[in-house]
Design a protein around this ligand. Structure first.
Ligand code: FAD
Length: 406
């Protein structure tokens, strides 16, 4: 098992174990087996089960105890790669597709959150500022592209930023569409609802082998149980890379801390607007429903779990210093800090679909990148279309083949 995060991340501590799910102790057959009960597996399994597929979900940990419990869960259509970069790497159509789909994904998560209730979902705005003067032109180009294509953005000059947000930076793009959620509650509630509706969800059940043919897939678990399915969805997060002989992403470590609740008068516009910057790695922050400030960033280029966990307090102190520089009057002391692994692809886009190592019956759901949850939402519709043998606009752009893999 890969060590995905430091000890107990915030969402796990805040929520505890919300629901109990059994271990698998019998052989099974089904239409689709989903490995991984994090946010990706939950969204995909929910999409499939809601549309009549017979789904079984398995997780080797407790439900949602992987990266999902460590996520800071900013929901943004502004993915880590600028639209202008995607357009340069691929073409305008690809950039537009990636950005428009991501915008739609935020609405989709919002609709699900509304159905489930009590998952700390809220729509908010997102302020993306230029960290340095040299970033100004890139930001201006990105703003022009988004404006031209009808995205809900506003340009803030240095003076406007100072005047409206009391921030000192060369310029910023304000996006009026973004959201935040408690990812652990969202995924747990989805899985529980699925179970209530008759789908089978098992935790503490590890898949140890996969045999795929052109017609079906057979899995074996650590307890020796066999599962036969027409399709397998590999939603096992950053651990999914263990199943591929080819390296498809770079693992990094990321750090986060959360404050105690802050008085609304002190939090000011941060209560409704998330903040991030053009530097890479970037610092970012957003509020929670109970008025805390969640701050993240300080990523390390490589992920060594033991080193990552030792750095948690030092990284939280660095993040706090950066917050103090931006907001000298805000008391934003860490009440709780943690670290997690995350993975990034070369182009900042995720990998969904088949890989030649396993053939057409195994569909990977690698929602890698800083906008993993937005990608997971998109992957749900995409993989359902693939299972139902329907075309989907994102098939090629999110495929392994686009990067020459598989
Ligand atoms: C610190 C941090 C901050 C982040 N911030 C954001 C953010 O602001 N916005 C955003 O959109 N994304 C963010 N992300 C990314 C986002 O959290 C991830 O994309 C998302 O949580 C991945 O979910 P997942 O379900 O794919 O993986 P996981 O939650 O890890 O779930 C995969 C599950 O598969 C199970 N599994 C693995 N192998 C097996 C096996 N062999 N048998 C059975 N089960 C198995 C694991 O136990 C695990 O529970 C952040 C990530 C981190 C670490």
């Amino acid at each position: 098992m890969v060590d995905l995060k430091s000890g107990y991340p915030y969402w796990a501590v805040k929520n505890g174990l919300l629901y109990a799910f059994p271990q698998l102790d019998t052989n099974l057959s089904c239409d689709v087996v989903v490995i991984g009960a994090g946010i990706t597996g939950a969204l995909i399994a929910d999409e499939l089960a809601t549309h009549g597929h017979d789904v079984v979900v398995l997780d080797q940990r407790d439900i949602c105890w992987g990266s999902t419990s460590a996520s800071t869960a900013l929901l943004q259509y502004e993915i880590d790669a600028h639209a202008t970069e995607i357009a340069k790497r691929y073409d305008q159509a690809a950039a537009l597709l990636a950005y428009q789909s991501s915008l739609h994904a935020i609405e989709q998560v919002g609709a699900l959150a509304h159905q489930l209730g009590d998952v700390d979902f809220a729509n908010c705005e997102s302020l993306y500022y230029a960290s340095h003067r040299v970033d100004h032109q890139d930001l201006a180009d990105e703003f022009a592209w988004r404006k031209q294509h009808g995205f809900p953005v506003r340009w803030l000059s240095r003076a406007a930023l100072k005047n409206e947000y009391q921030l000192t930076a060369p310029a910023a793009i304000l996006s009026t569409i973004a959201a935040r959620v408690d990812p652990y509650r969202l995924a747990s509630k989805l899985l529980y609802r699925m179970q209530q509706r008759g789908a089978l969800v098992f935790d503490r059940t590890a898949v140890t082998s996969i045999k795929a043919t052109g017609h079906s897939v057979q899995l074996k678990t650590d307890k020796g149980m066999l599962i036969k399915a027409k399709h397998l969805v590999m939603a096992s997060g950053y651990e999914a890379q263990c199943w591929l002989s080819q390296k498809v992403a770079q693992n990094r470590s990321s750090f986060a801390y959360i404050t105690d609740p802050v008085a609304p008068s002190e939090l000011g516009w941060l209560a409704t607007t998330m903040l991030w910057e053009s530097s890479r790695p970037y610092i970012y922050m957003r509020s929670t429903g109970d008025g805390r400030l969640l701050v993240g960033g300080e990523d390390e280029g490589r992920d060594i779990p033991a080193r990552r966990d030792c750095l948690v307090d030092r990284k939280a102190a660095t993040l706090q210093r950066k917050v103090a520089r931006l907001f000298p009057k805000l008391q934003a002391k860490p009440a709780f800090a943690w670290a997690g692994t995350f993975a990034e692809t070369k182009d900042g886009l995720p990998l969904f679909g088949q890989h030649s190592q396993y053939g057409p019956r195994v569909l990977f759901a690698l929602a890698y990148g800083g906008n993993g949850i937005t990608y997971s939402m998109l992957g749900a519709g995409l993989l359902r279309a693939q299972i139902e043998r329907r075309p989907h606009p994102l098939t090629e752009l999110f495929s392994f083949a686009r990067l020459g893999y598989g």
